[in-house]
Design a protein around this ligand. Structure first.
Ligand code: AMP
Length: 191
């Protein structure tokens, strides 16, 4: 739909791949599954939002209440508003199954997994690059990330409900069905 996807995780991984000072600082934090300092994330986020002309989809932000307040400040500055908060509901077992099988190309960034296995194990179909597993996609780290989600991120649902349309969809279905459900919510008339 031509709407920019602003994913703080992707933006941080880009800094790591490029070996910037910020990337070097956050690499061990991402590997452990812990959250990166709010001020650092705000910095990469502002850069991402700043270049979005046709609105944006925030992915992976905000993850705690301080970040929600940071977001409010950025939006007040840029005179923008959040139109919809979309929750994708997936049982923990399914999340562990999906993340443990996720592999990414070290050259072009393409993501493989249960939905799309590579033709040859460990090799990218498109560019022949070597596939790797994200450190934070190992079972022990996934558990830590789910715990953080429950304690710090999930409470934001109630926070956003006060001011914003919040909708939930079943994220455990196949990609096509999740896409159609998301599309319906995005283009439904808001409250
Ligand atoms: P993701 O790709 O969204 O799963 O994020 C991967 C990792 O990047 C997280 O486990 C955190 O270490 C870091 N990260 C991404 N987004 C944020 C955020 N909003 N706040 C703090 N850390 C983040």
């Amino acid at each position: 739909f031509g709407i920019k996807q602003v994913s703080t995780g992707d933006l941080l991984r880009k800094e790591i791949l490029e070996g910037t000072p910020l990337g070097k600082k956050v690499a061990p934090i991402l590997a452990s599954g812990k959250l990166v300092d709010n001020k650092i994330v705000a910095q990469v986020l502002e850069k991402g939002i700043g270049s979005a002309k046709n609105g944006f989809v925030l992915d992976g932000f905000p993850r705690n209440s301080e970040q929600a307040q940071i977001l409010e400040k950025i939006l007040a500055k840029t005179k923008q508003k959040i139109g919809l908060v979309l929750e994708l509901v997936v049982p923990d077992e399914k999340i562990v199954e999906r993340l443990s099988s996720r592999r990414q190309c070290s050259k072009c960034g393409k993501v493989y997994g249960l939905h799309l296995p590579s033709r040859v194990e460990g090799v990218c179909d498109d560019c022949g690059g070597k596939l790797f597993q994200r450190d934070d996609d190992k079972p022990a780290v996934i558990k830590k990330r789910l715990e953080l989600y429950r304690n710090e991120t999930l409470p934001l649902k109630a926070y956003f409900r006060k001011t914003t349309r919040v909708e939930s969809i079943d994220g455990s279905l196949a990609i096509d069905s999740v896409f159609r459900a998301a599309e319906k919510k995005i283009f439904a008339k808001g409250k």
